[in-house]
Design a protein around this ligand. Structure first.
Ligand code: NAP
Length: 285
């Protein structure tokens, strides 16, 4: 069994991104910039936003944190997004999720200029992904593929099961695996005999938000298990959707939590910001 070291892959990928940033013609085309909008003061979101801002500094991206009060109206957040859309110094815009309940999250996400949609949430970016022309790919699924590739884990021809069908993780991850010629099954809360489905898979990805849900009898010997979950166990300790202690001995590869998929999410946001800049400046087609 080999543990997939997300911290290491994230570090190596960030070193590569820093080189990509250093090679950009920023003197002539302007600096590369990411704006992160944080509405409210949710403690977890504050940590995620800080990681994103620090990640930008690490690779040489100029970041702007736009903090808005928790009682901001739909119109106020919409106006802020429109202003950032129009700002040439901003190449990427990220609206930190979740937004406070009184706001229409989907409507706000779809206001972001698709060319600056570094979280890959806009219909246009989703459409590109779904039609086999991915451009700005949702960061967490993108990070999962990067991890599989780093360890040269074959995807083509493999049977892959994705448990969870959210727009942010499950669905785009299934699409990316399909693009790489896996035979993909998507499971969700109404799936019957879920363990029977997962136990036939070569690659099992779990993104459901249920602590230690995937047990040893739900995976086959030699499977690759990717745990996207970020949960708390009975003692309040961070854990994933996979019962790691039980499942790991059966796996060929497995991601731990923490230190697996998590570090890749911010990293791929940085990669998407570079990509958005390159596209906006005509450096890529
Ligand atoms: P979400 O939007 O709440 O979606 C959860 C999905 O899991 C839904 O499709 C739901 O099915 C399915 N599900 C729930 N209970 C299930 C069960 N008992 N059996 C089978 N399927 C079940 O969650 P998300 O945003 O995708 O996030 C999932 C997890 O990943 C969370 O722990 C989150 O914190 C974590 N996450 C981590 C990162 C990272 O960077 N590591 C990034 C994003 C998310 P239905 O559709 O039928 O309701």
């Amino acid at each position: 069994m080999q543990v997939i070291d997300g911290k290491l892959v994230a570090k190596l990928t960030r070193e590569d991104i820093a080189k990509q940033v250093a090679a950009l013609p920023q003197d002539t085309l302007g600096k590369i910039g990411l704006a992160v909008i944080l509405v409210g003061d949710d403690p977890a979101s504050q940590v995620y936003v800080r990681n994103k801002i620090n990640g930008c500094a690490e690779v040489g991206i100029t970041s702007t944190l736009v903090k808005m009060p928790a009682d901001s109206t739909q119109e106020e957040v919409a106006e802020k997004i429109k202003a950032l859309n129009a700002d040439p110094a901003v190449n990427g815009i990220l609206l930190q999720l979740p937004v406070p309940k009184h706001l229409d999250e989907a409507a706000l996400l779809h206001l972001i200029d698709p060319a600056k949609d570094v979280d890959g949430c806009h219909y246009v970016q989703k459409g590109k992904l779904w039609t086999g022309e991915p451009e700005l790919i949702p960061c967490t699924p993108y990070g999962v593929i990067k991890l599989l590739d780093h360890y040269s884990i074959p995807i083509e021809g493999k049977s892959a099961v994705v448990v969870g069908r959210s727009n942010l993780v499950g669905k785009p991850l299934a699409q990316l695996l399909l693009d790489r010629n896996a035979t993909v099954t998507i499971c969700h809360s109404r799936t019957k005999d879920l363990g029977e489905v997962t136990s036939r898979a070569d690659i099992v990805c779990v993104a459901i938000g249920k602590a230690k849900f995937l047990k040893a009898d739900m995976v086959k010997e030699g499977a690759v298990v990717i745990d996207v979950g970020m949960d708390r166990d009975e003692n309040g300790k961070l854990c994933g959707d996979v019962d790691y202690v039980e499942v790991a001995p059966k796996c060929a590869y497995i991601t731990p939590v923490p230190g697996g998929v998590g570090p890749m999410t911010v990293t791929m946001l940085l990669q998407n910001t570079v990509k958005a800049y390159r596209l906006q400046k005509g450096l890529d087609k």
